[in-house]
Design a protein. Sequence first.
Length: 135
Amino acid sequence: MNRTTLFTTVAAILFLLLAGFSQSHAADLKITEMAVTTKIVKGNPIDSVRRISSASVKALYCFTRFSAPEDTNTTIKQLWYLNDEVVAEYELPVKGAHWRTYSRKVVEKGLSGEWRCDAVDSEGKVLKSVNFRMN
Protein backbone atom coordinates (compact mmCIF):
# COMPACT_ATOMS: atom_id res chain seq x y z
CA MET A 1 0.00 0.00 0.00
CA ASN A 2 1.57 3.30 -1.03
CA ARG A 3 1.54 6.45 1.07
CA THR A 4 -1.26 8.18 -0.86
CA THR A 5 -3.59 5.19 -0.59
CA LEU A 6 -2.85 4.83 3.12
CA PHE A 7 -3.51 8.52 3.76
CA THR A 8 -6.77 8.43 1.77
CA THR A 9 -7.95 5.34 3.64
CA VAL A 10 -7.16 6.82 7.07
CA ALA A 11 -8.80 10.12 6.14
CA ALA A 12 -11.95 8.32 4.96
CA ILE A 13 -12.16 6.27 8.16
CA LEU A 14 -11.72 9.36 10.34
CA PHE A 15 -14.38 11.22 8.37
CA LEU A 16 -16.87 8.37 8.77
CA LEU A 17 -16.15 8.06 12.49
CA LEU A 18 -16.57 11.79 13.07
CA ALA A 19 -19.75 11.94 10.99
CA GLY A 20 -21.23 9.07 12.99
CA PHE A 21 -20.13 10.70 16.26
CA SER A 22 -21.86 14.02 15.54
CA GLN A 23 -25.02 12.26 14.37
CA SER A 24 -25.17 10.18 17.55
CA HIS A 25 -25.21 13.39 19.59
CA ALA A 26 -28.06 14.79 17.51
CA ALA A 27 -29.99 11.57 18.18
CA ASP A 28 -29.22 11.79 21.92
CA LEU A 29 -30.74 15.27 22.39
CA LYS A 30 -33.69 15.25 24.79
CA ILE A 31 -35.86 18.29 25.35
CA THR A 32 -36.75 18.51 29.03
CA GLU A 33 -38.65 21.81 28.77
CA MET A 34 -40.01 23.92 25.93
CA ALA A 35 -42.27 26.96 26.23
CA VAL A 36 -43.31 30.06 24.38
CA THR A 37 -42.98 32.86 26.92
CA THR A 38 -43.34 36.64 27.18
CA LYS A 39 -39.99 37.08 28.93
CA ILE A 40 -36.78 35.29 29.92
CA VAL A 41 -35.47 36.15 33.40
CA LYS A 42 -32.14 34.78 34.65
CA GLY A 43 -32.13 32.27 31.80
CA ASN A 44 -35.62 30.91 32.48
CA PRO A 45 -39.11 31.53 31.06
CA ILE A 46 -41.47 33.46 33.34
CA ASP A 47 -44.68 31.99 31.88
CA SER A 48 -46.03 29.65 29.23
CA VAL A 49 -48.23 31.24 26.57
CA ARG A 50 -51.27 29.34 25.28
CA ARG A 51 -53.34 32.34 24.14
CA ILE A 52 -52.24 35.97 23.86
CA SER A 53 -53.18 39.27 22.23
CA SER A 54 -50.72 40.74 19.73
CA ALA A 55 -51.39 44.15 21.30
CA SER A 56 -50.19 43.00 24.73
CA VAL A 57 -46.54 42.11 23.85
CA LYS A 58 -43.75 43.35 21.62
CA ALA A 59 -41.95 39.99 21.39
CA LEU A 60 -42.29 36.34 22.32
CA TYR A 61 -39.53 33.85 23.11
CA CYS A 62 -39.35 30.13 22.42
CA PHE A 63 -37.32 28.67 25.29
CA THR A 64 -35.86 25.16 25.08
CA ARG A 65 -33.94 23.20 27.75
CA PHE A 66 -31.94 20.11 26.77
CA SER A 67 -30.40 17.04 28.33
CA ALA A 68 -27.60 15.58 26.21
CA PRO A 69 -24.24 13.81 26.44
CA GLU A 70 -21.56 15.90 28.20
CA ASP A 71 -19.51 16.61 25.08
CA THR A 72 -22.45 17.60 22.84
CA ASN A 73 -21.66 20.33 20.34
CA THR A 74 -24.42 20.62 17.75
CA THR A 75 -27.18 22.95 16.61
CA ILE A 76 -30.95 22.91 16.49
CA LYS A 77 -33.38 25.07 14.57
CA GLN A 78 -36.42 26.75 16.01
CA LEU A 79 -39.09 27.26 13.38
CA TRP A 80 -41.94 29.70 14.07
CA TYR A 81 -45.17 29.02 12.15
CA LEU A 82 -48.27 31.15 11.64
CA ASN A 83 -51.20 29.14 10.27
CA ASP A 84 -48.79 26.35 9.20
CA GLU A 85 -46.46 28.68 7.23
CA VAL A 86 -42.88 29.28 8.40
CA VAL A 87 -42.47 32.95 9.35
CA ALA A 88 -39.10 32.74 11.14
CA GLU A 89 -36.18 30.32 11.47
CA TYR A 90 -33.31 30.45 13.96
CA GLU A 91 -30.26 28.18 14.21
CA LEU A 92 -29.12 27.83 17.82
CA PRO A 93 -26.16 26.06 19.45
CA VAL A 94 -26.46 23.15 21.90
CA LYS A 95 -23.23 22.59 23.82
CA GLY A 96 -22.96 20.32 26.83
CA ALA A 97 -25.06 18.06 29.01
CA HIS A 98 -27.44 20.71 30.36
CA TRP A 99 -28.10 23.45 27.86
CA ARG A 100 -30.83 26.01 27.39
CA THR A 101 -31.44 28.37 24.51
CA TYR A 102 -34.16 30.51 23.03
CA SER A 103 -35.19 32.48 19.97
CA ARG A 104 -37.02 35.81 19.93
CA LYS A 105 -39.89 36.64 17.57
CA VAL A 106 -40.99 40.27 17.26
CA VAL A 107 -44.78 40.50 17.48
CA GLU A 108 -46.53 42.88 15.12
CA LYS A 109 -50.15 43.86 15.62
CA GLY A 110 -52.51 41.96 13.39
CA LEU A 111 -50.56 38.69 13.34
CA SER A 112 -53.49 36.72 14.68
CA GLY A 113 -53.95 33.03 14.11
CA GLU A 114 -52.68 29.62 15.12
CA TRP A 115 -48.96 29.70 15.98
CA ARG A 116 -46.45 26.92 16.53
CA CYS A 117 -42.77 26.76 17.37
CA ASP A 118 -40.88 23.57 16.43
CA ALA A 119 -37.46 22.50 17.72
CA VAL A 120 -35.74 20.57 14.92
CA ASP A 121 -32.44 18.67 15.19
CA SER A 122 -29.58 18.83 12.66
CA GLU A 123 -31.12 15.90 10.75
CA GLY A 124 -34.46 17.71 10.33
CA LYS A 125 -36.36 15.65 12.91
CA VAL A 126 -38.94 17.57 14.96
CA LEU A 127 -37.98 17.08 18.60
CA LYS A 128 -40.89 18.99 20.12
CA SER A 129 -43.57 21.53 19.24
CA VAL A 130 -45.43 24.18 21.22
CA ASN A 131 -48.76 25.59 19.99
CA PHE A 132 -50.48 28.82 20.94
CA ARG A 133 -53.09 31.23 19.62
CA MET A 134 -52.61 34.93 19.04
CA ASN A 135 -55.61 37.26 18.82
